[in-house]
Design a protein around this ligand. Structure first.
Ligand code: APR
Length: 258
């Protein structure tokens, strides 16, 4: 946390940039949901920082035997992990609510989120690409159709798509799994349209998500970082608010209203 004056200056500068912009895009990471009680992965307090990265073989296991994968995923034990419990009990926080207000007031054109918790939607954000999917949804591996897990009928394992009979998978994108084409296309489109880029609560080390602000920056688009810690993009950021999203975003909304 920098001296208050510096933070104030950063919020004033981002307010000036955003008030003159016509197509602000945000890249969001786990840090935005930290204040909703959902642990981050990296950085101080991150679960991977504490316990190391888990074996990342979900995608291989699913492709080998989707029925077995579903059997394990539907096992009540799977719902008892700390992360699953944290997401189940999470509510949108002041950061999510401020981002929904920025959209409603025409100051935020699109959110690219790496978070799978669905909290942006619940806060009211509608112009949203969930690039790593949404844990409440399933996705057909054949036609790409997304539907709510709670609404599908699981008559066998793996469950099949009502529309095309394809195998259904949870919508969360696993490591090594390709990002669904429509989501990827929209992210590149937004990166090309952006005239200001907010980078909020992400360590910016996972691709292609971390590429979108860099692509915009290459076109001379100003980058605004909101994060209590340094990230992989700090070096190219035009404005750095070294504080939490829950502190900076509501202040930004207020300043833009005056
Ligand atoms: N406000 C803003 N930023 C915060 C806050 C907060 N209250 N608390 C923590 N942060 C920052 C941390 O400093 C860190 O830079 O949020 C960032 C979280 O980084 P990661 O844990 O790496 O999360 P993320 O960048 O979203 O990870 C990207 O990697 O683990 C995979 O698929 C997973 O989508 C995830 C992707």
């Amino acid at each position: 946390m920098t001296a208050h004056g510096t933070l104030d200056a950063a919020i004033a500068r981002m307010t000036a940039i955003i008030s003159e912009s016509r197509h602000v895009v945000a890249l969001v990471g786990a840090g935005l949901s930290a204040e909703s009680g959902i642990p981050t992965y990296r950085g101080s307090g991150g679960v991977w920082t504490k316990f190391g990265e888990p074996t990342i073989d979900g995608w291989e296991l699913f492709q080998e035997d989707p029925a077995a994968w579903w059997e394990a995923a539907l096992n009540p034990e799977a719902q008892l992990t700390d992360f699953a419990r944290a997401v189940e009990g999470a509510e949108p926080n002041a950061g999510h609510i401020a981002m929904a207000a920025l959209e409603a007031e025409g100051k935020l054109a699109h959110v690219i989120t790496q978070n799978i918790d669905g909290l942006h939607r619940r806060a009211g954000t509608t112009q949203l690409t969930e690039i790593h999917g949404n844990r409440s949804f399933v996705r057909c591996m054949n036609c790409g159709e997304r539907s709510l897990l709670a609404q599908i009928k699981i008559r066998q394992l793996p469950p099949l798509c009502e529309a095309c009979g394809g195998v259904l998978k949870n919508d969360t994108v696993m490591f090594g799994e390709p990002i669904p084409e429509p989501a990827l296309r929209e992210c590149y489109r937004q990166a090309a349209l952006a005239d200001a880029f907010l980078v909020i609560g992400t360590s910016a080390v996972v691709y292609p998500a971390a590429d979108f602000p860099v692509m915009a920056k290459r076109r001379g688009v100003p980058l605004i970082e909101i994060n209590p810690e340094e990230t992989a993009l700090t070096g190219i950021a035009d404005v750095v608010a070294r504080a939490t999203a829950g502190e900076v975003l509501p202040a930004l909304v207020e300043r833009l209203r005056t």
